[in-house]
Structure formats: structure tokens, C-alpha cells
Design a protein around this ligand. Sequence first.
Ligand code: NAP
Ligand code: HSE
Length: 428
Amino acid sequence: MSDPLRLGIAGLGTVGIGTVKIVQKHAALIAGRAGREVVITAVCARDRAKNRDADLSAYAWEDDPVALARRADVDVFVELMGGHDGPARDATLAALAAGKDVVTANKALLAHSGQEIAELAERAGRVVRFEAAVAGGIPVIKTLTEGLAGNGIRRVMGVMNGTCNYILTRMDSAGLPYETVFEEARALGYLEADPTLDVGGIDAGHKLALLASIAFGTKVSFDAIELEGIERISIDDIRRAGDMGFKIKLLGVAQMTGRGLEQRMSPCLVPADSPLGQLQGGTNMVVLEGDSVGQIVLRGPGAGEGPTASAVMADVIDIARGCRMPTFGQPATTLSDPVAAKAAAAAPYYLRMELLDKPGALAKVAAVLGEAGISISRMRQYGHESTVAPVLIVTHRTTRDAIDAAIEGFAATAVLTGPPVAIRIEQV
Ligand code: NAP
Ligand code: HSE
């Protein structure tokens, strides 16, 4: 048997402790599968005195993650602290410069510095693996880089933030408003320390940017994602969409078009009876479409101690086995600079508006849609007792530009009480 593979783990929170537990519980199984032992030599966190749910007494302790990353008795630096800059970035760069391989669960770091890190890793002859960074326990990076390596990828999409899916499905099933369910999610510990990362679509956007890089051979371009969170989704939107046979999901879509790379992370309507429509709670789903394979659907836990540590260990075991692959599936220097394309592909849209209930109001709305070249597929006005009528319109296929033109046109009619909610209906 070869020498043991020695890990230095920085971060002993949910994922870090989960990883320690797997190394301890499955030492023999891992050694059998990897052909060598995998051992932890040193660990690091902020507070040494904190009570943690694992026995760490056999490991050396470092207060400084950079010092851990440079230790002579560490072969693989396992970064499980989080944050797109600061210690996570410093220690990852230090590990590569010191000739260590890196495993990380940190999508924020790679979404911001992925290209720099991948190039440094290749210059140093090291690997950076990040299965845990996208969709938790779902082996989506491996599927894309290895299982689908012979495919031209047409489209990558999915629900990649469990917290948002929990909030949306809980609002739906319990009939509760956004604010109430947001507080529930906070109490359950689902929200990131900065909740905007979740509900603003940023965390899911980080994940989409990483998948798009692998899928289309482009440099990670998180800043080019059209990003919209779920904060404006009301219980009314969820109920009304349900009436029309749809569910609302925070959906990421990346596809290469003739105009360039389209990447968007935004609330979308999907058919209620589709696999995405039926996705409940914190579960994630990623849909990959290849020109030879067709469609692959991966579904599973997108977060949590066990699932995320499972993905960390898959990367560690690959390194122990001697599997060495470029960070984004091809040499970093061959990744192209993507041309960002605004989502111009036509799709049906759902419009919800409050109309002043007076003669000619609906006719004005219909005229604005007609002028914008938008055709109505279905329309419903709800019974009401006030002077304001709730109206829902599902359009035929149209573009976001046409919808934006219509929204401007509505403002000029003075028959809406405010801007309408406009949500794309995704074909899945
Ligand atoms: P967490 O529970 O907050 O744990 C973070 C750990 O990092 C803590 O042990 C903390 O130390 C340590 N740490 C923070 N700053 C440090 C510093 N400056 N020096 C040394 N140690 C430091 O976080 P987590 O949920 O395990 O997430 C870790 C990473 O995995 C993040 O990148 C996250 O995005 C990613 N991820 C998490 C999940 C999930 O389900 N939780 C899923 C997928 C990916 P103390 O304990 O002493 O405070
Ligand atoms: N905040 C993330 C989520 C954690 O809710 O999916 C896993 O990346």
C-alpha cells in the first residue's frame, strides 16, 4: 500500500465536522477503495475551546489557516471555512503555492477567484476539487466533467439553493407569507449568516457560474449572471400561479446561444406536475442536457452535514486514488472568455397585476400588450369587492425585452395600481 494521504482541515463547522466523522467512521472502507489510508494530521478553526461533536485530540491544532495550509505533514488542504476572500482565499493560494492539492466546498471563493486559483493550481501541478460546492451531496461536478465528457452540453439548469426551495414550498403548502417563512427558516438555521446570499439568489448564482464554466469551457463569469432573488415573491403569486397549473422555483439556467453565454438565476414558473415543480423542501435538482445523452436529472440533498461531507470525501478519495483533473474539466489556460448574452430566448410569461376596476381598464392593458407584440394565451380576472381587480395573464412566447416594454407601457396607462409581477415560464 502507498503512504497515507494526509489531510489538513480548515473549518470545523457543519461540513468540517461531517468530514472528520466520515474519515473516522470509514477509515477501513476508504483505505480499501483508495488503495491507501486517508488520515487527518492537523485541523484549524477560530475557537479552539469550542465544544465540537467529534474527537479531535489526535490531530495537531493550528489557529491560522495559512499555517495549516503550509504544514509539511499535509498533502491535501481541505478548505471548509467559507467566504469569497479573507482566510479562505489566502489559505487556498498558500496551499497551492506550497505544493498541496486542495478540496473545497466554497462556491463563493471559486465563483470570484476560480480562474486565478485554477491557473495557479496548474502552474504548481496541483489539483483543486469542489464537488461539495455545488448542490451539496449530488455528484454533479463528477457527472459533468467525467460522465458527460463526450457530450456537447446544450443546457444546464436547476434548483440549487435548498433554503429558497424550502421557503417557496413552505409558503405554498402552509399558505404563509414570505416574511413568516423567512423567519422560520432563520430559526431552523437554514439561512446563511448573510441571508441575502440565499434569498437574493447569489449562492445559487455562484453554483450556476461553476457549472457553466465546466459545461461550456468558459472562464467562470459570475458577474455576468442575470440575478434575481425570491424576496418579491408573495403568497398571492404562489396561489395564482398554482391556479394556472404552475409552481414557482428559483431556477438557474445556463446555455450557449449564437449570441453568447446566457446565464440567469431567477424565480421561474414551471409546470406543477414536472419533476422540478414537484421538488419539495431543501432538496436540489440539477438537469443536464447533452447532445448525445439527452437529458440527465440529478436530485438529492443540497446541503447539511452528511451530504456535503460525502461530496468532500468523494474528492479526497479521488485524489488518494491518483485521479488528477483540471479544476474546470480542461486546462485553465484553454478556457475562453465568455461573451455574456442577455436572456433573449422567447418564453411564455406570467403577469400578475392589480387593475383599477373601471370601464376600459382591461382594454388598455390588452392594447399595451398588443403594441409590444405580445399575444395573450390565457387570462383571468378574480372576483373582488374592492375597487381593485386582481388580473392574471399568461402570454404566448415572447422576449424579456418585449415584457419590459409592456411594463413601461402599463405605467403610462394609469390603470394599474403598481408595476406588475412578471415571471418567465420555463420549458422543462
Ligand atoms: P460553518 O458551520 O459556519 O463553519 C465554518 C468553520 O470555519 C467554523 O469551524 C469556523 O470556526 C471556521 N472558520 C471561520 N473563519 C475562520 C478563520 N478565519 N480561521 C479559522 N477558522 C475559521 O460553515 P459550514 O456550513 O460548515 O460551511 C463551510 C463551507 O462549506 C462554506 O464554504 C459553505 O458555503 C460550504 N457549504 C456548506 C454547506 C452546508 O450545508 N453547510 C453545503 C455546501 C457547501 P469556529 O467553529 O471556531 O467558529
Ligand atoms: N445555503 C445553501 C442552500 C447551502 O440553502 O442551498 C448549501 O450550499
